[in-house]
Ligand binder design. Sequence first.
Ligand code: 2PG
Length: 249
Amino acid sequence: MYEIVLVRHGESEYNKQNLFTGWSDPDLTEKGIQEAKEAGRTLKQAGYTFDLAFASVLKRSIKTLNYILEELDLLWIPVQKSWKLNERHYGALQGLSKSETAVKFGEEQLQIWRRSLSVRPPLLEPDDPRYARNDIRYKDVRPGDIPRGESLEDTVHRVGEFWNQRIVPLVMKKERVLISAHGNTLRALIKYMEDIDETALLSLNIPTGVPLVYELDEEVNPIRRFYLGEQEKIQVKAAEVANQGKVSE
Ligand SMILES: O=C(O)[C@@H](CO)OP(=O)(O)O
C-alpha cells in the first residue's frame, strides 16, 4: 500500500474577504499561517515524513508548504512547483465578492459556478489585465494552455494529467509525497481518482490547512481518504467553505 498527503493552503486574504480567487495570488492571512503550521504539527505528531513535495505557482500554496515543512524540519527536501496544480481558474469572477455575486445572480447560479462539474464561469476577455498570458511566471506555458476560465472538468483534465505523468511514477518508486494545492484542484484530483458522481461532488468542500491522507493500492488506485486532526473541527471548517456562497455570511 502507498500513502500520499494532500493539503489545501491556509486561509488567504481573498478567503477572508470572501472573494473569488482562482489564479489571483493573495497572501496567507495570519490565521492561514497558523493553520499551515498546525497542519505541519499534526503531520509530525502522526509520524509522517516526506521525500519530496509539490506546490502550485501561487504563493498561498508555496508558503503553506514551507510552514508545514518547517514544522517537520524538512525544508531541505526537493519541491516541484507547477502551474498545473494552480487553483481552478475562476475567469471573470476572480476578485469579485461571492456574497455580492450571490445577491446579483442568486445562490443557485452561484452554486452552479462554484460546484458543478461542467459549467465554466464567465470567461476573461483576452485584453483583461487579470489574464495570465502576460504574467512572467507562465512564460514557458503554451499560450493556448493558459485558461480564461475553467470548469471543474477542465481542471480535472490538467490535474489528472499531472497526477499520471509526474506523481504516480514517484509514488510507485515508494517516494513519500506531499502536495500543497487548492480547494478545487483537490476536488478535481478526488474526482479524477474516485470518479465520484456530481451530487457527491457538489457537497465536497475542502477545508483550509488540514492534511488529507490518501491510501493507495499497488496500482495507485485509492483505497480510502481521511483528514488528520480533530474531526468535528474539520467538519465545521468544511461547512464554512460551503457557506461562502450564501447571500449573507
Ligand atoms: O475562490 C476560489 O478560487 C475557491 C477557493 O478559494 O473558492 P470556491 O470554494 O468558491 O470554489
